[in-house]
Ligand binder design. Structure first.
Ligand SMILES: C[S@@+](CC[C@H](N)C(=O)[O-])C[C@H]1O[C@@H](n2cnc3c(N)ncnc32)[C@H](O)[C@@H]1O
Length: 345
């Protein structure tokens, strides 16, 4: 609900906000009931080992739980990236000048406010295109931003990164910056990461920018604590995937029969998050006509979260033509933020 002082103010401000907000659903309901409905979940759950794409974390409840995770003492990622952004936002604005901000996986857009503040302070126009599969969170955050930034224009895209990147129209401002924060790049395996970076390049013109936040390699106990918090919020977030599947695909997962398991796979430099079956069981997802057998202790891997090395990432980006202009880290070098510019070939 949009806050304001009186009924007539409220009508004016609701109208004003509607004029500045466009929401585009990239996954139309018609499309969801198509043959591709749930195909990624079916594929993951029928392979060995079983996996699921991390986007199934993010129904409304999952998005709320993720917000709680961001505030946990063990989850250093959000805190550290916020601290870096606060330090360097002014410099980002000086380098890019006026630009349309596209944010992939925008969630609550909390960190984005640091960037919006910096562009606003320089008197630059504010055009923001948040992209997220969690449509509820996307719209809620967009409305709150429009209340707080009276000159902001938002074109929200509800759908996946891939769909959004392939459907972006040319920027209405002279420049575009695509932001991918929160180390969400770490959720992609190396092959997916390569494809994703090519999609970023295809969505930019030469001279435009890519702002990337990545979690860096660090001692195992710090990493494992971040994904096994004492309050059990991460466990609830992980188990909520099953609730989401039940609702979306007519499933009968019993959440009591699975446990959260997260560990650092040192050879792959990645946190792996799994749901482990407590016993032998068969689960059905009626809407996609799937029966899934679990052996005792068998897992579904729900997420990888790769931990990066700054030099290696720089080389990988450069190989795609995304040349880092400036790199910032925190004092402990736990997290990295890279501002890259697309160079011509
Ligand atoms: C780890 S959260 C990061 C949120 C925010 N960017 C931050 O840094 O705190 C990932 C966000 O990306 C969204 N998301 C996950 N997979 C996605 C996909 N394939 N396409 C679009 N959005 C996705 C989720 O709904 C969630 O809001």
């Amino acid at each position: 609900m949009i806050r304001s002082q009186s009924t007539s103010d409220s009508v004016t401000s609701e109208k004003n906000i509607k004029n500045r907000l466009q929401v585009q659903r990239l996954l139309e309901p018609g499309l969801i009931i198509s043959s591709s409905f749930g195909s990624d979940a079916v594929k993951g759950l029928t392979q060995i080992p079983k996996t699921l794409p991390p986007r199934y974390f993010y129904d409304d409840r999952g998005s709320e739980l993720f917000e709680q995770i961001c505030a946990l003492p063990e989850y250093y990622l959000t805190r550290t990236e916020t601290e870096i952004l606060q330090k360097c936002a002014g410099e980002i604005v000086r380098i890019t000048g006026a630009c349309e901000i596209v944010e992939l996986g925008s969630g609550s857009s909390t960190k984005t406010r640091i960037l919006l503040n910096a562009y606003q302070q320089q008197g630059l126009p504010l055009h923001y295109l948040p992209v997220d599969v969690s449509a509820g969170m996307l719209e809620k955050s967009a409305i709150q931003l429009l209340v707080d930034y009276p000159s902001l224009q938002i074109h929200a895209l509800a759908g996946t990164y891939e769909l959004a990147l392939s459907q972006l129209q040319p920027s209405q401002l002279s420049n575009r910056m695509i932001c991918f924060l929160g180390s969400s790049l770490g959720n992609l395996n190396p092959q997916e990461c390569d494809v994703f970076l090519s999609e970023i390049v295809a969505a930019l013109q030469v001279g435009e920018y890519f702002l990337l936040g990545i979690d860096l390699q660090k001692p195992k106990p710090i990493l494992e604590a971040a994904y096994n918090d004492a309050q059990g919020i991460t466990a609830a977030f992980n188990l909520n995937v099953l609730e989401h599947l039940n609702r979306r695909f007519g499933g009968n997962f019993d959440l009591q029969q699975f446990t959260h398991w997260a560990f650092y796979n040192e050879s792959e430099h990645q946190i792996e998050m799994h749901l482990k079956s407590r016993r032998s069981q068969t689960v059905e997802l009626a809407a996609v006509q799937l029966q899934i057998d679990f052996a005792p202790g068998e897992t579904i891997r729900t997420e990888i979260s790769r931990k990066f090395h700054l030099d290696v990432m720089q080389q990988q980006l450069k190989a795609k033509g995304l040349v880092p202009q400036k790199i910032w880290t925190d004092q402990k070098r736990w997290f990295g933020l890279l501002l890259c510019q697309l160079q011509g070939t």
